[in-house]
Design a protein around this ligand. Structure first.
Ligand SMILES: Nc1ncnc2c1ncn2[C@@H]1O[C@H](COP(=O)(O)OP(=O)(O)OP(=O)(O)O)[C@@H](O)[C@H]1O
Length: 298
């Protein structure tokens, strides 16, 4: 599978603050990737680095398997990382003609792209008369004028009403179905679930999960436990690869399962280690609970 972008141990520090911390993931052609995380988790910084507008502190990234330099690679990337910036007194089509001149691409794609984003019938309206959703759709049309290999969007539905959000998501799905790879940053779990095939979940610049959206759904649940020797219990759980995160919450120990295991198996396993439990409950969180738990600021 062809790699569009590979990020290796990328780190960005702003003074004492580490905005992106040792981040690695890769983007394969044809998929829709989400970088999901709360405000300040490092999404925009990551996008800024790979688009060469923010300097990295360490680590590296390479576009298109490193076969071309970043400057030329970025000519095959369409990105919207700031608010759409067009001339208010010019029409949609005039603005796109100007973009074609600046990007040195032919104007022949303007009609096709305006149609794709549902703005063909408004092509002669002034940008200043556009709603926020229409402005965002025009920005998408503009980013697609040179048929990029990948489209990058930072919080594409921010500030839009429900109808505007729906339109943008439909457009993203259509673009993806035509074979364009997509990378979008979002703080909305349901956006990523609805639009993306793959996700990288960030908290404070650290990747907490990287993989398919379906894989994120396939959680094996977690156990709440109590014993008269909590230290021994914690050590036993931490030493067992069947368990992921193990943490103390008040008088209980919470252990996330890496593999399917029912409560009686857990009980037997611990009993064999000389640990008897006074409390054992197994539960599976909803995806939303998992996301909130993963990204909780603490
Ligand atoms: N130019 C800068 N100087 C100092 N700190 C910065 C700068 N840009 C970002 N940061 C800090 O880096 C961290 C990550 O910010 P970033 O904008 O990448 O997060 P984000 O996940 O995109 O959040 P948001 O959606 O709120 O933009 C934050 O703590 C932010 O305050």
């Amino acid at each position: 599978m062809e790699n569009i972008l590979t990020i290796n141990n990328l780190t960005k520090k702003y003074g004492a603050l580490t905005a992106v911390n040792n981040l690695s993931f890769s983007i394969e052609k044809g998929n829709v990737y989400g970088i999901l995380g709360p405000n300040g988790s490092g999404k925009s910084t990551t996008l800024g680095i790979v688009l060469n507008v923010v300097n990295k502190t360490s680590g590296d990234f390479k576009w298109f398997d490193g076969n071309i330099d970043t400057h030329n690679a970025l000519k095959k990337v369409g990105a919207i990382i700031e608010h759409p910036n067009f001339y208010p007194y010019m029409t949609a089509v005039q603005n796109l003609q100007l973009v074609c001149k600046i990007k040195e691409v032919s104007e022949e794609k303007i009609t096709e792209k305006l149609k794709l984003v549902g703005l063909l019938d408004r092509k002669d309206s002034k940008f200043s008369a556009f709603s926020l959703g229409m402005k965002q759709r025009l920005a998408i049309a503009s980013a697609l004028l040179n048929d990029p290999e990948i489209l990058i969007l930072d919080e594409p539905t921010n500030g839009l009403d429900p109808q505007g959000i729906h339109q943008i998501r439909e457009i993203i799905r259509t673009i993806a179905s035509q074979g364009t790879t997509i990378l979008l940053a979002s703080h909305l779990l349901d956006e990523v679930e609805k639009v993306c095939t793959h996700v990288v979940i960030l908290r404070k610049g650290v990747s907490l999960y990287s993989g398919s959206v379906d894989g994120m759904n396939a959680s094996h649940g977690f156990l709440t436990m109590q014993s008269n020797n909590m230290e021994l219990l914690q050590t036993a759980l931490e030493g067992n690869p069947a368990f992921g995160i193990v943490k103390r919450e008040g008088e209980f120990l919470i252990a996330y399962l890496n593999a399917p295991m029912d409560a009686s198996e857990v009980n037997k396993l611990l009993f064999e280690k000389g640990i008897s439990l006074s409390h054992l409950v197994k539960r599976k969180e909803s995806l939303e609970e998992q996301f909130l738990e993963l990204t909780k600021q603490n």
